[in-house]
Design a protein around this ligand. Structure first.
Ligand SMILES: C[S@@+](CC[C@H](N)C(=O)[O-])C[C@H]1O[C@@H](n2cnc3c(N)ncnc32)[C@H](O)[C@@H]1O
Length: 218
């Protein structure tokens, strides 16, 4: 039997949940305000809160796709205070802005290393910053490359690490077999492969644009 989801949060429940947590740090609000007019796609706030919760206790994190550093900052705020993040994005203009917001949030520069490169080239070049082992990997860059990011990440994961990927429902298109554009097809193949992958214990949370969460069996 399908679950009854009719009770799921409407605006009132969402506001109530929002009110329970820590107040939104000003730097996160500033990134949200900057990203929208610049048309920079960032995870939504609910997904950010999930990332922060899942980052608790995870000292070494790797992220593919930084943009303005919104998801990076949620992860950094959820991590232990001595945790570190390596985040990859070839767009230096975006990541330079991100650094300013991370500083505003009180995150020391040493905690976040930016690799300014295309992710698959950086992984292929065996950049020492990407050596691992990582306790959490977050994927949020080019949709047709998700599967290749995962394969590059697996040997760099600690046993029990989490792999999280954003946009895996792609506004509902992934679950609609009539939609066959490149991004949708790639995400559909990624979801199918990961949920059937014996190396991982995976599911998809219907949060934001769909967050895939997988534990690495190691
Ligand atoms: C969806 S945005 C990332 C949003 C960010 N994770 C957040 O939620 O705040 C995707 C980013 O991937 C970057 N990107 C594009 N091609 C890439 C590649 N080959 N490797 C890594 N990042 C790439 C883009 O420059 C863009 O900033």
């Amino acid at each position: 039997m399908k679950n009854d989801r009719s009770w799921l949060p409407g605006a009132i429940e969402a506001d109530w949940i929002e009110g329970l947590g820590q107040p939104l740090p000003q730097a996160l609000a500033a990134i949200e305000a900057a990203a929208q007019p610049a048309d920079i796609p960032i995870v939504d706030r609910d997904s950010g809160r999930v990332l922060a919760a899942l980052a608790a206790g995870r000292r070494r994190i790797v992220e593919v796709g930084t943009a303005y550093g919104y998801s990076t900052l949620w992860l950094a705020l959820g991590q232990p205070p001595d945790g570190t993040i390596v985040t990859i994005d070839p767009d230096r203009e975006r990541t330079d802005l991100a650094r300013g917001w991370w500083r505003e949030a009180g995150i020391a520069d040493e905690r976040i290393t930016v690799v300014s490169a295309k992710a698959l080239e950086a992984f292929g070049a065996a950049d020492p910053a990407l050596a691992g082992p990582f306790d959490l990997a977050f994927i949020d860059a080019l949709k047709p490359e998700y599967g290749d990011y995962l394969e590059a990440l697996i040997p760099r994961l600690a046993p029990g690490a989490l792999v999280i990927a954003d946009n895996v429902l792609w506004s509902g298109r992934v679950a609609d077999p009539a939609v066959t554009d490149e991004n949708t097809t790639a995400l559909r193949a990624f979801d199918t492969a990961v949920l059937g992958d014996p190396r991982l214990q995976a599911t998809i949370l219907p949060v934001g644009d769909g967050l895939l969460v997988a534990g690495f069996r190691g």
